[in-house]
Design a protein around this ligand. Sequence first.
Ligand code: FES
Length: 112
Amino acid sequence: MTQFFLCSKQDIPDQQAREFKVETDQGQLDLFLVRQDDQVHAYKNQCPHLEIPLNWQPDQFMSVDGINIQCSTHGALFTIDKGNCIIGPCAGENLRVLTLEQRDDDEVWLQL
Ligand code: FES
């Protein structure tokens, strides 16, 4: 297993997201973290509709109300906690969940 340090949990405001690019043995992995209350979730930055990045602007992954992750191309909405598409052309599909380890000092590490 390979681990990559991403950031401190405090670097991500509640109900907001931040993107990262990680160099792996298989090439660059584009991902983002989204925080909800005390939980941080990680997803591959790829919409299941057209398999393109979700965002147009850096770190902009959230709906205007901050309740859901939103694809900027066709507006699909995803739940923050599971990455499940609830409205849009890929309804019922999921963002690819990535595994995190949160250490005691609030460091967020990606596990591959
Ligand atoms: S590419 Fe994301 S909803 Fe169409």
